[in-house]
Write a protein that binds this ligand. Sequence first.
Ligand code: GH3
Ligand code: MG
Ligand code: MG
Length: 301
Amino acid sequence: VLVIDDDAAMRALAKRWLESKKIHCLEAKNGEEGVTLAAERHEDIDAIVCDVMMPVMDGFATIAELKKNPDTAMIPVIVLTAHANTEGDVVKGVEVGALDHLAKPFSGPVFLAKVNAACTRSRAERGLRKKLILAEETARIDALTGLLNRRSFDQRLREEIAFTKRHKTPFALLLLDVDRFKSVNDTFGHEEGDRVLQHVAAAMRAAIREEDACFRYGGEEFAVILRATDLAGGVRAGDRLLGVLVGRPTLLGPEREVRTITVSGGVALGTDERFDDIVTRADAAMYRAKEAGRARIVGED
Ligand code: GH3
Ligand code: MG
Ligand code: MG
């Protein structure tokens, strides 16, 4: 719990009550110090107790600052009001986002009960936020390869089409399919097959620029959406990936057999006039790459 109060005796009193319940107490002697400390230690702070009357930056301004920073905005604040002007201060405190209030001089058990309630709420919210972040991530990311998943691909493709319509700059779609992947599964088993998919994903990360999003499109098929890129640029990106794959063969099975994994790829162009059938066109180009002998990237006609 962070206690912000310019009165040293007040801080000492609060600290004694908190520590009697084994709650660690951080202290700040004015609003600025409190805001800085809260930002630095936000992961450790479950609640903030903040005095109203302080020189330079009063309690309300302090709370307003805490609410501006997304890292500290969610930490519940209890305002410490002076007895004489409690009502007005409580109203202002609630208006700037305080959770609760306490009038000075306060009773220890009431203080602790309020602090405990704030801490419980804080920890529950922290747990929920963590779960939410994890849930958002599993919704976007393919668990095996760590690349963006099919759902993200559909979303990003819609965004890219909107961007292309607005800015009249084309984008390229590179669709990739692992060559003779069934034979990896059949010869070495599915687990080694999975490792090959991770190997391809790592090569994609190495070969493709950060702003060009890489996806696992499904099974052993991958995709790259290349913003503001023409057909030749899309083919170049695919060739770069092939270069990386050829440059780093992988070892498979108990005998650690050396295998070079390759992909075949097709590139299609999305323009502000033609975008609807881009996946079909890239797929057709990829099919031609397979027909022509695999391990190559073909642009659409
Ligand atoms: P081609 O060069 O023509 O693409 O030949 P291929 O063997 O790669 O093509 P095919 O489509 O016949 O085989 C794809 C195989 O990929 C079939 C399927 O069992 C396998 N596969 C799809 N998803 C996964 C996966 O997540 N893990 C593993 N291990 N195998 C997968
Ligand atoms: Mg396939
Ligand atoms: Mg394949």
